[in-house]
Design a protein around this ligand. Sequence first.
Ligand code: RM4
Ligand code: MN
Ligand code: MN
Length: 432
Amino acid sequence: MTGTYRISASDIADQNAKALPALQEDYDALGRKLARSGNDIEVVTKAVAGFGVAIPSWGVGTGGTRFARFAGVGEPRNVLDKLEDCATIQKLTRATPTVSLHFPWDKNKDVHAVKQLGDELGLGFDAVNSNTFQDQAEQKHSYKFGSLTHTDAATRAQAVEHNLECIALGKVLGSKALTVWISDGSNFAGQQHFARALERYIESMKAIYAKLPDDWQVFIEHKMFEPAFYSTVISDWGTNYWAATQLGDKARCLVDLGHHAPNTNIEQIVARLIQFKKLGGFHFNDSKYGDDDLDAGSVNPFQLFLVFNELVDAADRGALDVAPAYMLDQSHNVTDPVESLMASAMELQRRYAQACLIDRARLEQAQAENDALMALDTLKAAFNTDVAPILGMARHRGGGAIDPLGVYRWSGYRRHKANERPAQAKQSAGIV
Ligand code: RM4
Ligand code: MN
Ligand code: MN
C-alpha cells in the first residue's frame, strides 16, 4: 500500500500567494539588471523551466556508510513509496520530472503497477540501472570476484542476463536507456590481468548491446576505485570512451562527478566527451574525497557551474548531437532525502541558469587575446549573479512552489509519512 498524504496544488498556491509580491519585485529588478548586459531574463527563465533531472530511486531512502545507517522516519518501504516521494519533489520543484530505477532494489511483483503509479503521479522513467555489485538471495553465482568481467563464463552470463532483464523492465516503464556500473576490479597487485579483464567486459557488453532496442542507449559509468581498491576495470573516462567506441553508436559515457581522483578537471572531461560525441549523461553529486555522494554543489559549486558552462557552450555551437541524460546520484546520511534532492535539483538549475548568462562573445575575445584575467572575470560575473528570482519564477509559473523547502516543512509531509510508513525492524549498513 502506498501512502495517502499528498501536498495539494491549493496548498502550494496558498503559500505562493504570500511569497509572490517579493519574488515579482526581485524578478523585475534582476530583469532590468540583466537587460543592461544584453540578457533577456525571459529567455533564461524558459530555459530553466525546461530543465529536468532524474531522481535516483535509491536516493529517497536514507543512505549510510559502510559503518552504519541511521534510518530516518517515514522512509519509503518499496518502489511505490519511493515514487510518492519523487512525485513530491517534482510537485514542489518542477525540476525532476523523471525517476531512475535501480534493479533489483526496485523490483516489484508487478512492474505494470509501478508504471501505472508513475503515470498517475505524472512521473516518467529515465535510465534503468543494473546491479551486479551485490549478490542476491536466489542467485547462483557470486559476484565477489566480479560480474561482467568475471573469469568464470557462467558468472558473466548471469550478469549479462540481469542486464537484459533490466532492459525488459525498462521497456514496460518507458525507459530509453540502461546505465551499467560494475564494481569489478582488483584489490591486490597481480590479482587481475588488466587486458583480459577488459576483453571479458567488452564481450559481455556486446551481448547486452546486441539486445538493446534501437531507440535505447546504454550508458557506461566509470569509477576509479571502490569497492575494488587497487584497480577497477572501467576506471576512467579513457577506458569508458574506448569501451563505448567498441560497442557502437548507442553506447555512451556517463560521468558521475564523484568517480574521479580529487581535483580532476571534470569539466574538461565533459568537453572531450562532447567533442568525441560520446557524452551520454551525468550522475550529479559532489565530493570532498572520493565517491562521497554528497549533495550536488555542496562542496564545489564552481565546478558544477563550469560543467554547465561546457554544456551550454556546446549547445550554443550545435555541438551536442544528443541531449545528455541528467540524473542525481546521491546518498543522504544526515538530511531528509526529499529536502536534499530538492535542494540539489535547484542547485543544478542555478548553475545552468548562470551558465546561460555567460557573455560568450566577451569570453571568446578574452581567449583570443590570451587575456586570462578577463576570461575568468567573464565566468565569475555569471557565477556571482544571484539567479534565485529566475528559479522561483520558473517554478511558480510551472505550478511548483516558490519556496519548495519552506512549503515542504510547512506541510509536515515527513510527519505524515512517519505515520503511514511504520519503521521497519531491519537495519542495514551500506548504501541501501
Ligand atoms: C555506484 C555508482 C552507481 C550507483 C551505485 C549505487 O558508486 O555511482 O551509479 O548505481 O553506486
Ligand atoms: Mn553513479
Ligand atoms: Mn558512485
